[in-house]
Design a protein. Structure first.
Lengths: 248, 670
């Protein structure tokens, strides 16, 4: 199929940036979206033009690196997938596709479609861990039984890939789904309960400092989340935060 | 230079304990004065960074991704082995050791593998304490599954995302240390060379991938946890950015490269669909617990399936060839990866491949769905003879176990694997070869360590499933923190290493010269053009089956391609900006050298062992007819190559492997 692409081009963080039109032809429906961009980039390189910069790595939906805002949706029109898992069979011949970076104050653009998501890392530095040493001198793994229901819920929260689709989809650029998932993972496990109070307070403080907005329960984040992280996690974080504040 | 593996004396089960009791330690106050550089933040690098920082060393960690959490360990699916014997099915440290050595086709170092098995159980304790949400049973205890090449259930898992959960565990341990200021993290930085001072590794040169800035970083020791080099084949299950550059630069600075030809071709990957393909996707080996592999018995059915006139699920049982169950009744679908891959290739080469390219076999869950469905119906007191109900219940169980994998498959192939068998074919997945290290995980360059997939040490010629995660974490959490301390105990009076020296200056100048060449080359072909060509040579001539003619051709073709690359590659833009083409060009330049050494190593090893299959070395008769033939008399050694300029000039050093605790015998899975 033949497509028109409208792509955000921005040389660097200080450049103003603009949308630029490109054409690609003979795209196979079996290609992934990123493979389609590979085709475009090969064309651009061969014409001595600067290729489109976009983040990507594992190309199997788990590293969380790819982060395109396609036709107004984080990771494009399909559900439960990352950009690298979006296939061209979701589009049809003659389509015009708009491609932008994930936009948020806390995600400044580095170049073209690449944004800086280190704000996510900094939130994790503030409390996204259990304070145990890695010496291996701990108790036997089976001496802490965990209710399967809780273990499964903790796992579901832990499958977050930190891509930032939740932030990009939120009209307030809120990171509550991301932070809620990490807070929930540990809050649901007996190992994580010990420092639950400090964790939620520190992570929320850092989240606010990074310039993410608040949650107004729209739910767009859950819809666009490639891993289907549930809004329940935001509710759980709010409960944890409330009880931590009362304790504090 | 003679290779000294530094294996401690004494009985195998006491070596590691004795070793730990007698090494030199660094006191906590002195650790504060010692810097360690760690390149790569996957399971090996990430766990090492966290542990060394926690011990008190100043750690500088580097990754090319935008966050340490994105290292490719994240994509490991199936699980992690540990000799816990929670299932009471006869597992033990010895058995895990034995299985790993046997699975590696007797080409790994006994002492290292025993230590790996010994610390394996601790990894699970550690990860649970960190909050890694492993799969559990209803009683709240940890669940296990089986993997290929073994007869026990010792694999711990978190659905099909075990690597992700373990990496996020290591990342969380890193975060704690980054927050404390003990790890300084350098994201989006690529290591471009090693700096040696007085023969010791004392630093690295990096490029900031955002600004292009070339930076000098010094330390008392340098650790590489930079993963494998499967992308030398262009198409592999590795991430797009996975590369050999750090390891290759280390090689060029004196680290011997061991067994480069040992590559794991994983049997269950989604087949190639066309020339546009940029990478291949793995379907976890755990699927072979429940999936049965088959092709049609008759060519007419193959043709009918290809033409779309026959649906695979409608082909009668007696017309199917479950070739793994037929050839290897003892292990069936759970034979090791190298054996399963070769068997798939054998069937496809014989014309039984089931897709348009003729390079695919079926992985079928219908019998598992029925079995689980009946079981669930029985438990719930429902009608076990209601086929539709049984199917629905069975599909739910399968979804619980492998849901994310089935979803991945469906998105890529556009077929529903709950209702039609998956199509799979082998693909390059893991490299057992890597930088040679001694028992301390130190390379032949003093002060330069190599851990995880990047080194060669534990998996011999074939890695068993769920052992990569085990090795990465064992090296980083439990082995390196001891061994590196012994080395660093000599550095307590050294003081900070200056980067303002001629050694740093010279290496930096070389790095800049290389970049300038690439940027100003103004050639006519893109980096990918060369990478794809290299991949084709590797896959066709240095792939699943190798012979003298193909390998000899590959060596000269790769050499010619490398020369063409340097003359004719085109890299747009400048160094002083985010420039992925430039980053890729540097990586492909190194693959073009490694590829030749790889083929040279494969040519040298005139035997079949593990993932290295030489068509001129097969069993000619008896029960094992047609199986790979190892040659212990002449090749029970590690081939460690010393860099001497061109790859063709590399000098071979042999580390003779001694098997004192396991008897060398032919690997049989029949």
């Amino acid at each position: 199929m033949n497509l028109t692409l409208k792509i955000w081009r921005q040389k660097n963080a200080s450049d103003k940036g603009k949308m630029v039109d490109y054409k690609v032809n003979d795209i196979s429906p079996d290609m992934s979206f990123l493979e389609m961009l590979d085709v475009l980039n090969e064309q651009l390189v061969n014409k001595d033009e600067s290729p489109i910069a976009f983040d990507h790595d594992c190309r199997e939906g788990i590293c969380g690196m790819c982060s395109l805002y396609i036709n107004g949706e984080a990771h494009g029109p399909d559900r439960g997938i990352t950009t690298c898992q979006l296939h061209m069979r979701m589009f049809k011949d003659g389509d015009t596709i708009t491609i932008e970076p994930f936009r948020a104050t806390a995600f400044p653009v580095i170049k073209d479609l690449i944004v800086d998501r280190t704000s996510f890392d900094r939130i994790q530095h503030a409390g996204g861990f259990i304070s145990v040493n890695t010496s291996g001198n701990t108790i036997d793994a089976n001496s802490i039984p965990v209710n399967k229901h809780d273990a499964d819920k903790a796992f579901e929260a832990a499958t977050c890939i930190g891509c930032g689709a939740c932030v990009a989809s939120c009209k307030n650029s809120s990171a509550m789904l991301f932070v809620g998932a990490k807070v929930s993972q540990f809050a649901l496990l007996p190992q994580g309960k010990v420092e639950a109070t400090d964790r939620v307070l520190n992570m929320v403080r850092q989240m606010d400092e990074e310039g993410f907005g608040n949650c107004t329960n729209t739910g767009a984040c859950e819809v666009e989340c490639p891993k289907g992280i549930s809004l329940e996690n935001i509710a759980r974080m709010n409960r944890e935060y409330l009880s931590a504040t009362l304790k504090g | 230079m003679a290779l000294d593996s530094k294996i401690p004396k004494g009985p195998i089960k006491d070596k590691w304990t004795d070793y730990k009791n007698h090494i030199n330690l660094v006191n906590p106050a002195n650790k504060r004065n010692i810097d360690v550089i760690i390149v790569g933040t996957g399971l090996a690098g990430g766990s090492a960074a966290a542990t060394l920082a926690e011990l008190g060393y100043n750690v500088k960690a580097f990754c090319f991704q935008d966050s340490p959490r994105r290292a490719h360990s994240i994509a490991a699916q199936g699980g992690i082995n540990a000799a816990k014997n929670y299932q009471g099915d006869g597992d033990s440290t010895y058995r895990l050791f034995y299985d790993t050595v046997k699975g590696g086709d007797y080409r790994s170092r006994e002492a290292n593998v025993y230590r790996l098995a010994e610390v394996s159980a601790n990894i699970i304790d550690q990860c649970v304490a960190q909050g890694v949400p492993f799969a559990r049973e209803y009683g709240g205890l940890l669940d296990n599954r089986s993997f290929g090449g073994v007869l026990v259930s010792r694999t711990f898992y978190a659905a099909g995302q075990t690597g992700q959960q373990l990496l996020l565990g290591a990342y969380s341990a890193m975060n704690r240390q980054i927050g404390r200021g003990k790890i300084k993290m350098y994201n989006r930085h690529e290591m471009l060379d090693i700096v040696k001072i007085d023969g010791k590794a004392r630093g690295i040169i990096t490029r900031n991938l955002i600004t292009g800035e070339i930076e000098r970083h010094s330390a008392h020791a340098v650790v590489l946890g930079t993963g494998g080099y499967g992308n030398v084949f262009f198409l592999s299950t590795n991430a797009m950015g996975s590369n050999v550059t750090a390891a290759w630069k280390a090689h060029k600075r004196g680290a011997f490269f061991a067994n480069p030809c040992y590559t794991q071709i994983h049997p269950t990957c989604i087949p190639v669909s066309g020339d546009h393909q940029s990478k291949l996707t793995l379907m976890s080996e755990s699927l072979r617990n429940d999936g049965r592999i088959w092709v049609p018995k008759h060519k007419k059915d193959v043709e009918a399936i290809k033409a779309g006139t026959l649906k695979p699920k409608d082909l009668a049982e007696e017309d199917r060839d479950y070739y793994l169950e037929r050839r290897y009744p003892a292990f069936g679908n759970l034979v090791p990866r190298d054996v399963a891959s070769r068997a798939a290739k054998e069937r496809c080469d014989a014309g039984y491949g089931v897709n348009a390219t003729g390079e695919a076999v079926f992985l079928d869950f219908a019998s598992a769905i029925e079995r689980y469905g009946k079981e669930t119906a029985h438990v719930r007191g429902l009608d076990e003879n209601d086929a539709a109900l049984v199917k629905k219940l069975g599909q739910e169980v399968i979804k619980n176990k492998y849901g994310n994998l089935f979803q991945m498959y469906e998105k890529i192939v556009d077929q529903d694997p709950y209702n039609t068998p998956m199509m799979i074919y082998p693909a390059v997945h893991y490299t057992m070869g890597g930088i040679w290290v001694d028992y301390n995980l130190m390379t032949t360059v003093p002060g330069l360590y190599c851990i995880g997939e990047a080194n060669f040490s534990d998996h011999g010629a074939n890695r068993l499933g769920a052992s990569a995660l085990m090795q990465g974490l064992a090296d980083g959490y439990f082995v390196l923190p001891y061994t590196i301390g012994d080395y660093l105990s000599n550095d307590i009076r050294t003081g900070p290493i200056s980067t303002d020296t001629k050694e740093f200056e010279e290496v930096e100048a070389e790095v800049r010269k290389n970049i300038d060449h690439l940027i100003n080359n103004n050639g006519s072909h893109s980096v990918d053009y060369f990478h794809k060509k290299l991949g084709k040579i590797m896959w066709n001539k240095v792939g699943m089956a190798r012979n003298v003619k193909g390998l000899t051709e590959a060596i000269s073709e790769i050499k010619a391609l490398r020369e063409e690359f340097w003359k004719d590659v085109k890299v747009p833009g400048t160094n002083e900006e985010y420039n992925e083409e430039l980053a890729k060009a540097g990586r492909v330049a190194d693959f073009l050298e490694l590829g030749e050494l790889f083929a040279k190593d494969a040519l040298n090893r005139e035997e079949s062992c593990g993932g290295h299959f030489r068509e001129d070395s097969v069993e000619l008769d008896g029960e094992q007819k047609g199986e790979a033939k190892r040659d212990d008399e002449n090749f029970a050694y590690v081939a460690a190559w010393e860099y001497k300029g061109e790859p063709s000039d590399a000098v071979l050093h042999k580390e003779q492997l001694e098997f004192k605790d396991i008897e060398l015998k032919q690997r049989s899975y029949k």
